[in-house]
Write a protein that binds this ligand. Structure first.
Ligand SMILES: [Zn+2]
Length: 83
């Protein structure tokens, strides 16, 4: 019966709370193992007012997708001529 425990089944414990913890930490730590050795992979993909970016953990090998939403604009230059 010891074989039952030989290969742990990969699982994602409560993905919603892991996502919240990841966002609260500013996207600086792996949501699975909490390592700071994470990196982006692939291109930032713009979809309407949102963008997604792949990310992965260099320590445990987990991967996920970051989701960004349009927040505000800055440095607006109005080039209409004054009359
Ligand atoms: Zn990790």
């Amino acid at each position: 019966m010891s074989e039952t425990f030989a290969k742990p089944i990969p699982r994602v414990a409560d993905p919603i709370s892991l996502s919240r913890r990841y966002v609260a930490a500013g996207g600086m730590r792996c949501p699975v193992c909490n390592s700071s050795h994470i990196s982006s992979h692939g291109k930032l993909a713009l979809i309407g007012a949102s963008a997604t970016q792949g990310a992965k953990c260099d320590d445990c090998g987990s991967s996920w997708r970051e989701i960004y939403h349009l927040h505000k604009i800055a440095d607006l230059v109005d080039r209409r001529t004054q009359s």
